[in-house]
Design a protein around this ligand. Structure first.
Ligand code: SF4
Length: 396
């Protein structure tokens, strides 16, 4: 929308149980469990673990009608344990499973590449009549699900994956971001024809470049279609992998779009236990300035000018202040670049002379030449004086 200023894309609100996505809601964090859906207790335990680390929406696969039916027991078990996290049923290939799952959960995810479309991996020539015929067949298979979701107030994600586009889309648009977008729009048009609007879109790919392009293209297409196509977006880099690589890929893909102002809910997909995804999703939202959940630090890398041990000092400042949600603290090794580089920090801890520290409020130095040994305590005093201090909670 603008090349020079940040503005979050304005979206309509879609309700998923008690959790709103889009509108004025914060960007939601979600994940997916890995247990067999027929193992009720394992699904409940994994979902409780995710909810405990503040995952706001949990997805569970429903590959068959039998699995979909067992979602009833999983949801009942969760609610009986006081857990109200909304559950999403993940559907591939089986419209019948979707129809069963929609009876029990707050949201259904369908993949338009394989909903009622069996992939033959053949190159087929589609005439316009063939193409229209397939769309009509999809309309027949998709309509009952839309009507059931509409009746029960169940939300739906139309979740396109780069790796599973239908033969029809591949034939006409290729394995491309344009094909991904068109694949989702085919289903959205059917839903809208039935006056169902509880839709969220996603355009996932394992390659962040493809994923970023697809989401940007989708946002542009939705804008062009009109102001009532303002559906929320679910962001994710699928199959991002594990460890540092998975985290960096996710941060590039999700973070780039968040900085564009796109995205209303995110899922970081790691080849690790799902609970590990949630802190990465906190971290990405915080780094993109979308959702502040902890103390923010600006710290220089140190260099030959550094007047104290940056790593040791940063660790001490963090230990004293990392419970202050929403406060931004800069730790800079010297005054040459320090004050200028502190950006929009609320407080600054800056080397002033060997063994001496200056403290800042914003870009203004307010305390000078404090002996380094007491500087962290004086920083805490300063934060307290400015009404930004809260006592750390002692965990029992
Ligand atoms: S702020 Fe000072 S000490 Fe830190 S990297 Fe920059 S010049 Fe070096």
């Amino acid at each position: 929308m603008s090349s020079s200023s940040y503005q979050r894309r304005v979206t309509r609100e879609v309700q998923v149980g008690h959790v709103g996505i889009g509108g004025a809601h914060p960007v939601r964090v979600q994940s997916m469990i890995t247990s067999d859906t027929m193992d009720t207790e394992a699904c409940i335990a994994q979902t409780l673990d995710l909810a405990a680390v503040k995952c706001e929406i949990v997805r569970i696969t429903a590959p068959t009608v039998k699995d979909a039916a067992n979602l009833e027991q999983i949801v009942k078990g969760l609610r009986a344990r006081g857990c109200d996290v909304p559950i999403v049923a993940d559907i591939h290939f089986k419209p019948e499973a979707a129809l069963e799952a929609a009876k029990w959960v707050e949201k259904i995810r369908i993949n338009p590449g394989n909903y009622a479309d069996s992939k033959k991996f053949q190159i087929l020539e589609y005439t316009d009549a063939d193409y229209a015929g397939e769309l009509e067949r999809i309309r027949e298979r998709f309509t009952p699900l839309v009507l059931l979701c509409k009746e029960r107030g169940v939300a739906m994600r139309i979740g396109t994956n780069h790796g599973s586009l239908s033969d029809r889309i591949m034939n006409r648009y290729g394995d491309s971001p344009l094909g991904m977008v068109e694949s989702a729009l085919e289903f959205a048009r059917i839903a809208r024809d039935l006056d169902y609007h509880e839709l969220v879109f996603s355009m996932k790919a394992s390659n962040p470049k493809v994923m970023i392009e697809a989401y940007r293209l989708l946002a542009a297409r939705l804008d062009a279609l009109g102001p009532d196509w303002n559906y929320p977006l679910h962001l994710g880099v699928t199959e991002a992998g594990d460890g540092e690589d998975g985290r960096i890929k996710s941060a590039i893909g999700i973070g780039s779009l968040l900085c564009d102002g796109l995205g209303d809910t995110i899922r970081v997909s790691l080849t690790e236990d799902s609970v590990h995804e949630i802190p990465v999703a906190y971290a990405i939202l915080q780094a993109a300035g979308c959702r502040i959940t902890r103390t923010e630090y600006v710290a220089c890398p140190s260099c030959g000018r550094t007047l104290f041990d940056l790593q040791e000092t940063t660790a001490r400042v963090k230990a004293a202040t990392n419970h202050l949600k929403g406060v931004k603290i800069a730790i800079m090794g010297c005054i040459v670049n320090g004050p200028g580089e502190m950006a929009d920090a609320d407080f600054g801890y800056v080397g002033g002379a060997p063994g001496k520290v200056n403290l800042y409020v914003g870009k203004t130095a307010v305390k000078f030449n404090i002996p380094q040994i007491e500087a962290v305590d004086r920083l805490v005093d300063l934060i307290r004086e400015h009404g930004k201090w809260v006592e750390p909670q002692i965990e029992s």
